[in-house]
Design a protein around this ligand. Sequence first.
Ligand code: ZN
Length: 480
Amino acid sequence: MRNPLQNAAAGITPKSPGGTPGSPGHAPGAGHAAASLAELVTYRTVSIRAGGTSRAGAGGETAEFESFIAALPRLYPAVHAAMELERVNGHALLYRWPGSAVAEDPAAGHRASVLMAHYDVVPADDPGEWTHPPFSGHNDGTFLWGRGTLDDKGQLVAILEAAERLLLAGYAPAHDLYFSFGNNEETAGNSAAAAADLLAGRGVLPWLVLDEGGAVAGGAFPGVSRPAAVVGVAEKGILDVELLTRDPGGHASTPPRMGATARLARAITRIERSPFPQSLPEVTAEMLRRFGPHTPPPLRAVFANVALLRAPITWLFGRLGSETNAMTRTTVAITTLEGSSGANVLAATAKANANIRVAVGETVEGTMALLRRIIRDPKVELHVVEGNGPSPVSPSSGAQWDLLADCIGQVFPEAIITPYIMMGGTDSRRFTGICGAVYRFAPFFMDVRARGSIHAVDEKIGLETLEQGVRFYETLMREL
Ligand SMILES: [Zn+2]
């Protein structure tokens, strides 16, 4: 049972009027979060995939990661005075805020929680297209512009800002609280796995893990006018499979029947014509049930009876569009193609990459077996390049879920709160082996346009949106 007065107090942040941001003993003033994020956006912490492995960046890029890390103690002095900080795997950061109850009762350490974010970003390849340069951190009084503001430096700043305010207000959490900040999420790097291994090696099995993923989404569902706080309880698997065909090769003037390229093309057409089987995951059915009362009448009746109408809803999802289709099955996208390098030379080998998103409940082995059956040609070689199966599903009820829902409800009272399955991947999947309550949610309002700007042009965060995110973490940290 939480103290409602304590919760109410969480929204009232002591301000130091006219005080220097970050000056010791005073809570950071209004605008401190935005000013910090603006500075952190200017460090070009672009993670680059090289030869299938990720790295923080070579040469000058490593310097950007170092500059980012070096700025944090200056921006958040109270956090860096109170919390232990260690580097993981080079440039990932793991903070520990010792719980106040752990000193008297070591067992309380078992209720440790982990708040996650990542500070690497994808490149901004077309800076000329941006309204304000992508690494400028331009503040126009309403929005803070730049690569990483939403994905995911904004979340990192909201966490640190909330902790700084609580520390300066004399607060410490009851249980150990960890912040795990990744440096290679965008390249599916191994820092988060290293952090999870480190914690597991110390016997820390977190009670709750919260990472990026969902958001408070406007226009998330057709016909629903209220925003939806979508909390990821699971994520699909991501698998890259190379399709390879071979041929003796030779001159293009005397082509054989079914050469390497034709064989590969036939395999690709077969994949395109035979989608993986459909099903409506229980989490998605639960989401429809929660949206139901807020949809217009015909849909409302349908979603109130999801259990009875599961088969036709699933069928419909497969035909409504690519997003709803992806919610009901494993999907395969052929992303790269390679044949001969000469216009008049037959291909000795032809290759394609299949980027496969494995549905929750399926396995890598089962997916590969079905792919072989769909291609039905033993001369097409299949090689798993990299990837992993889907994550386990965290519960949409119970103490951790209720706590999250309660904190979301306090900061976003208008939002419909619902679990969902993420189509993309996050670092948090590395923690599912040591924690049964892994959730994916950024406490930021994002309309359709904001969501479309992630990994694209004109990424920006509203100043009020950032402040709401800080308030969410303050509310949450008081309960951990
Ligand atoms: Zn991200």
